[in-house]
Design a protein around this ligand. Structure first.
Ligand SMILES: NC(=O)c1ccc[n+]([C@@H]2O[C@H](COP(=O)([O-])OP(=O)(O)OC[C@H]3O[C@@H](n4cnc5c(N)ncnc54)[C@H](OP(=O)(O)O)[C@@H]3O)[C@@H](O)[C@H]2O)c1
Length: 251
């Protein structure tokens, strides 16, 4: 039986690259995002190139009922892998940003991700088979002043996903949190160029590293050796230093 992978945020960047990687493996796809035209074009391209079946679902994951609606729209179709990749960041101080925009960010990055995970995980546990990948960030490893809500949302994703790894380890379900660092995508059109700190990786490099990490057993991975050094190294420094360095980097 052909496996099916559901990817949110597949209309650009890391999600688009991941769609190609899974199609290359011969897996059918369910692609989710708001921009239907981009999803349709991607579905046509990878459907032709790899001969896989690609279903497109356009929806706004900032809607509080998005996860339930997505589960309903997928229906009885068996989903082997869920990749919660959709997400966005905003830079600026919490006091200055539009509270509605911050709400939307938490809804997409945390609420929808949790709702989608919980709605597909039960079937996977029951089947003793399945994979959940949640895209966190190196921003999960320390608070980031001027991107405070984004970094906090990714700390939520990392913590949730690592705990799920342990909850499901004996049920044949592979759970992985992926933590990219700065990656050249449309992300910075929303987050602002100031958020582009350090050396950029490409979305293709992140997708390749993720596919490799999936074959391992670790609950999470940081993409790129320099990102790994910075993310893990921050835990050895006094918190006040880490906050000052992070604040200076984004400001
Ligand atoms: N780029 C980086 O430096 C970086 C670093 C660490 C982590 N990440 C994480 O990587 C993931 C992918 O981001 P990316 O870098 O590939 O950026 P991207 O090119 O901007 O892709 C973001 C994807 O999320 C989707 N999305 C955003 N808001 C949505 C909503 N309300 N409803 C449905 N879909 C929505 C977008 O689709 P539509 O606009 O069509 O809806 C798009 O497909 C995100 O979770 C991001 O936080 C990125």
């Amino acid at each position: 039986m052909v496996s099916t992978t559901l990817i949110t945020g597949a209309s650009s960047g890391i999600g688009e690259e991941l769609a190609s990687r899974f199609a290359q493996r011969g897996e059918d796809l369910v692609l989710v995002a708001r921009r239907r035209d981009r999803l349709d074009a991607l579905a046509d391209r990878i459907g032709d190139e790899f001969g896989v079946d690609v279903e497109v679902i356009d929806m706004d994951l900032a809607d509080v009922h998005a996860a339930r609606e997505l589960r309903d729209r997928v229906g009885s179709r068996r989903i082997d892998t869920v990749i919660n990749n959709a997400g966005f960041g905003l830079s600026g101080d919490v006091a200055d940003l539009d509270p509605e925009d911050l709400d939307a960010m938490v809804k997409v990055n945390c609420l929808a991700l949790t709702g989608i995970t919980s709605r597909f995980l039960g079937d996977m546990v029951a089947r003793n088979h399945g994979t959940i990948v949640n895209i966190a960030s190196t921003a999960a490893y320390q608070p980031v002043p001027h991107m405070a809500v984004y970094a906090a949302s990714k700390a939520f994703v990392l913590s949730l996903t690592e705990a799920l790894w342990a909850e499901t380890a004996e049920h044949g379900v592979r759970v992985l949190a992926a933590c990219p660092g700065p990656t050249e995508t449309e992300f910075f059109e929303h987050a602002g160029r100031k958020a582009a700190v350090g050396r950029m990786r490409s979305a293709g490099q992140v997708a390749d590293a993720l596919m490799e990490a999936l074959d391992g057993r670790s609950p999470s991975f940081v993409d790129g050796w320099l990102n790994r050094l910075i993310a893990k190294g921050s835990s050895f420094l006094p918190k006040a230093w880490v906050l000052k360095i992070a604040a200076a980097a984004v400001n």
